[in-house]
Design a protein around this ligand. Structure first.
Ligand SMILES: C[S@@+](CC[C@H](N)C(=O)[O-])C[C@H]1O[C@@H](n2cnc3c(N)ncnc32)[C@H](O)[C@@H]1O
Length: 177
């Protein structure tokens, strides 16, 4: 997915990131380019559709770190699985990230597929409130622990659910975070 995001930069932008952050080196990974590039300038960040606004300590997210634009690891995993099974994101599809926490995957998927609509649900209200306020271009909703989710049947073209039932709610009480 990173390649799709990086592809929106000009050769001059790419050169600037390499010079400013990586001492002109060429052997830099795509993810390092997009993550570090997002911190080089607002213009580069905006071309990539990324944001460097990140949840504070009291808001749930799995990945921590100061230089962070979202969950590039899971986004790449989704991208490579889809490639393996020969499925592509539809150009104006609707996609749900089930158990999205504070939207770390949603924000990268939206950057990679800007013409599609992205949604995230999670029972943790503070995460959803943070994502709703801070992640542009996606819709977040608090979900119940038990089905159903609050969308019509057949609404989505695809659903991701990363690392959810390994961290279940017990007796409908939120996990300690
Ligand atoms: C380990 S975190 C993973 C968060 C995110 N998917 C990621 O990979 O960064 C597990 C998430 O699943 C959510 N969750 C747990 N039980 C759920 C349920 N029954 N329905 C929806 N989300 C649930 C939690 O609130 C939490 O945000």
């Amino acid at each position: 997915m990173g390649q799709k995001i990086l592809a929106r930069l000009s050769p001059d932008d790419i050169l600037l990131i390499k010079q400013k952050v990586f001492g002109g080196r060429d052997d830099v990974s795509v993810d390092a380019m997009i993550v570090q590039g997002a911190y080089v300038s607002e213009e580069i960040r905006s071309k990539m559709g990324l944001s460097i606004v990140n949840p504070p300590e009291n808001i749930h997210r799995m990945q921590r770190g100061n230089i962070y634009v979202g969950d590039t690891y899971s986004a790449n995993m989704v991208g490579s699985i889809l490639k393996k099974v020969g499925i592509e994101f539809l150009s104006a599809g609707k996609y749900l990230d089930f158990g999205c926490s504070s939207g770390s995957l949603t924000r990268i998927l939206k950057a990679a597929e800007p013409d599609s609509q992205f949604f995230g649900v999670d029972p943790i209200k503070s995460s959803i409130d943070w994502a709703s306020k801070n992640i542009e271009g996606a819709t977040f909703k608090v979900s119940n622990v038990e089905p159903p989710v609050d969308f019509p049947d057949g609404y989505f073209n695809g659903v991701t659910a990363i690392s959810i039932w390994s961290h279940p709610f017990i007796n409908s009480r939120p996990p300690r975070i």
